[in-house]
Write a new protein. Structure first.
Length: 198
């Protein structure tokens, strides 16, 4: 099985039950909060250079290339396990501009390991789990958090995958342009799991 064939070779569950034909919001010119609110449901792209969007100190005014897919949706919307797996890590990144409550699942497809980060959840989402807990395909694992608890963002899911065990409930959601090629190899396009959202 090739790494690019996961969606095709496995009957994966949607990570969220999204409406058809999600609008794509272009964040290359910054964080357009009004476009998100107008759309209600939207998608933000992987490997997009988002200049002017990440202004919190932890981004060091240099990290701009997005390593996940964002699904913008109303607060409280359900998030599902795409496949059976286990809870690897959980943490609440309370720092403004960060992930807020975060859950990382470990999935195994044959001999291939995938670690999937689900960021910007509500606090209840991580209180219900412990590392090592089993999740079933299609099980509701979390809900989107409000601005006050999700790192200060309009409600959305940041979904990112890694070939490597991150060792904690964290992955760099954005990297500096000079780190882009290495990051693309470590954090592949989530559409191999979630399908063609755009």
């Amino acid at each position: 099985m090739g790494r690019a064939d996961l969606r095709r070779e496995h009957d994966l569950h949607p990570v969220m039950m999204v409406p058809p034909q999600l609008p794509v919001i272009d964040f290359t010119e910054g964080y357009d909060i009004e476009a998100i609110r107008r759309a209600r449901w939207a998608v933000g792209r992987y490997n997009e250079n988002r200049s002017g969007m990440y202004t919190a100190p932890q981004y060091e005014n240099r990290r701009t290339v997005h390593m996940g897919i964002d699904i913008w949706a109303p607060e409280g919307e359900a998030v599902y396990a795409v496949a059976e797996g286990r809870v690897a890590y959980l943490h609440n990144h309370r720092e403004r501009g960060n992930y807020g409550p975060t859950l990382v699942l470990h999935h195994r497809f044959g001999n291939l390991d995938i670690y999937a980060l689900h960021g910007h959840l509500n606090q209840r989402s991580i209180l219900r789990w412990n590392p090592g807990d089993r999740v079933e395909k299609g099980e509701e694992i979390a809900n989107l958090g409000a601005i006050e608890e999700n790192g200060g963002w309009e409600p959305h899911l940041h979904y990112q995958i890694s070939w490597d065990d991150p060792g904690e409930a964290d992955m760099p959601g954005v990297v500096a342009p000079e780190e882009r090629e290495e990051a693309l190899n470590r954090y592949p396009d989530p559409r191999i799991i979630v399908g063609t959202l755009y």
